[in-house]
Design a protein around this ligand. Structure first.
Ligand code: KIV
Length: 273
């Protein structure tokens, strides 16, 4: 049996994520970057562990996620995979690792083959539909990432809420539908007005995971170091320091899991209008 085999039947799969949406059970997602934290998340009942390219900021101390390489993502993903038994592992495609079908297939293939990823996440809208479709055709589940896309921070002129104007909101809704049609199994919405996030969640049959989006999303994701109050600089408004109340790392992660499952997170302070 491999280290990640699990005979208890609690293993999260793409299918079980879809079932959670159908029955209205919230999906708890959190980032991790090494085996020890991954194990704590797994044991606390986090459904999805994302090796986010946010590691470029919170682990490496860069200003943006742009410098992160495929090799670095692979290194961290392999560590995280060793800590997981039940949680589903998603690995972020780092900046410019998915600019062609060939590059996307090669790099996503590395994460699946050498790190045991069960899904890859890529930023971008309708322009990514062909790449999503090819990955899916080759058996690689995809999570699409709409709204604020940190890899485009320079083009966006900062980390800003996206989709506030009616035309941008309509465009995002259409892009979400196109990505679902292309085969995406999950959609992350980052920093979008709560009303738009709710509309997109209701319009799609695949689960929608919010970060700075809406409590009405099918699940939530945050950056681990933010909820532990470890991130350098200011904690984003949409996040919350769960450690200061819980008093231990394990307690903080359990409190986050409970808050997402019960619908008490995100609250009004963590969403945008
Ligand atoms: O890189 C990351 O951690 C992410 C999440 C914040 C969604 O993309």
């Amino acid at each position: 049996m491999s280290a990640r085999s699990n005979s208890s039947g609690n293993k999260i799969t793409v299918r079980s994520l879809h079932e959670k949406k159908q029955v209205g059970e919230k999906i708890v997602c959190l980032t991790a970057y090494d085996a020890s934290f991954a194990r704590v998340l797994d044991q606390a009942g986090v459904d999805v562990v994302l090796v986010g390219d946010s590691l470029g900021m919170v682990v490496q101390g860069n200003e943006t996620t742009l410098p992160v390489t495929v090799d670095e993502m692979l290194y961290h993903s392999q560590m995280v995979a060793r800590g997981l038994t039940n949680s589903l592992l998603i690995v972020d495609m780092p900046f410019l690792s998915d600019t062609s079908v060939e590059a996307a297939l090669e790099n996503a293939g590395l994460f699946m083959k050498q790190a045991g990823a069960q899904m890859v996440k890529l930023e971008g809208g309708a322009e990514q539909a062909d790449i999503v479709s090819i990955l899916v055709q080759h058996g690689i589940p995809v999570c699409a990432h709409l709204g604020l896309q940190p890899q485009r921070v320079h083009k966006l002129g900062g980390y800003r809420v996206q989709g506030r104007e009616a035309s941008a909101a309509e465009a995002m809704l259409q892009e979400a539908k196109i990505l679902e049609q292309a085969g995406a199994d999950l959609i992350v919405l980052e920093c979008v007005p709560a009303e738009l996030a709710e509309t997109i969640t209701g319009a799609l049959s695949v689960p929608v995971i919010g970060i700075g989006a809406s409590a009405a999303c099918d699940g939530q994701i945050l950056v681990l170091y933010d909820i532990l109050g470890l991130s350098m600089g200011r904690i984003p408004r949409f996040s919350h320091n769960f450690l200061s109340e819980a008093g231990s790392i394990k307690g903080a992660i359990q409190a986050y899991v409970e808050a997402v499952k019960s619908g008490t997170f995100p609250g009004q302070d963590h969403i945008f209008s």
